[in-house]
Design a binder for this molecule. Structure first.
Ligand code: BJW
Ligand code: ZN
Length: 251
């Protein structure tokens, strides 16, 4: 069986990385238009860099949680059974990789990389960024920015993501509010192609009714239980017979 998983900030919340739209989320304290747009970066690079510098330092001391580790087990377990997991994350952290996932598509970029707007080079980056830092590649000062996708910019690897989505047997969205497109549209795209869909979240998201199935609670508990069930079911080695368990709204 082929599964495509989309993770959001809720998957990393129990690792101490904040979400965006929850009560204490980043956007409850800061205006996204002032921190997560190319215009904000052009007009106020110091403020934008400071925000990402702080989040980068937090990330370097964070650890993957049981949800990340379970998704790494799912990737290996499906591969052993002749299936596959395509793991697409909106998160810019590297916790999936550190938990052992081999293939991770970061559609909104990566916090531990910088990109030079002058020469286009993308490079690993663990230090603070500022307009004074010259690009190690072209030596141009002021050209480095976090390698992340801001509002109005095109998310990364969209062709590969849509190929995986439309070729999957199951789409599962984990810890995402489903507020940001194009990721928010994946569930409808999948349903339109007859692909089963499952939401895992702390509580039903605004998109919950679009999913065939919903499982609710902390990702560190619900994801491992769901992974165990997928890997122990006949469904993991063929394409049929999946029944929704714990569904709050089976369709
Ligand atoms: C737990 C939990 C626990 C908590 N366990 N669960 C009008 C209509 C349609 C589209 C648009 C529109 N106006 C503008 C647009 C497009 C725009 C968009 O969608 N805007 C919306 C706000 C309406 N999208 C874009 O601009 C995108 N690009 C694009 O569309 O390109 C096409 C194009 C380009 C050019 C011209 C024309 C078209 C780009 C979007 C980039 C988003 N960037 C950010 C910042 C990235 C870098 C960074 O991290 O700083 O990405 S914004 C932010 O939101 C971040 C996230 O990846 C993204 C999604 O957030 P997520 O992950 O869902 O987090 P939350 O906080 O929202 O939800 C957390 C969830 O977890 C909650 O549900 C909790 O319940 C749950 N949870 N604890 C389990 N323990
Ligand atoms: Zn450069």
């Amino acid at each position: 069986m082929k599964i495509i998983a989309l993770t959001g900030a809720g998957a990393s919340a129990e690792s101490g990385l904040g979400t965006f739209r929850d009560k204490d989320g980043l956007w409850s304290r800061f205006d996204p238009m002032k921190l997560a747009t190319p215009e904000a970066s052009a007009h106020n690079p110091d403020e934008v860099n400071a925000s990402y510098n702080m989040r980068r330092q937090n990330l370097l001391s964070a650890e993957p949680n049981a949800a990340h580790r379970a998704l790494a087990r799912l990737e290996a377990g499906l591969a052993e059974r002749g299936g596959s997991l395509f793991l697409c994350t909106q998160n810019i952290d590297d916790l999936h990789e550190r938990a052992g996932s081999q293939q991770v598509v970061h559609m909104h970029g990566e916090l531990l990389k910088a990109r030079c707007t002058a020469c286009g080079e993308t490079m690993p980056w663990h230090e603070d960024l500022s307009v004074e830092v010259p690009c190690p590649s072209c030596r141009c000062p002021g050209g480095l920015r976090p390698h992340v996708v801001w509002f109005g910019e095109m998310p990364l690897e969209m062709d590969a993501i849509y190929d995986a989505l439309l070729g999957a047997d199951l789409f599962v969205a984990i810890g995402t509010s489903g507020s940001v497109y194009p990721a928010a549209g994946f569930v409808s795209e999948a349903r339109g192609h007859g692909i089963r869909t499952c939401e895992i979240n702390l509580e039903p998201s605004g998109n919950a009714r679009r999913f065939n199935e919903g499982r609710y609670g902390p990702a560190s508990e619900v994801v491992p239980a769901w992974v165990e069930q997928v890997l122990s079911s006949r469904f993991s080695s063929d394409q049929g017979g999946f029944t929704a368990h714990g569904s709050s709204h089976p369709k």
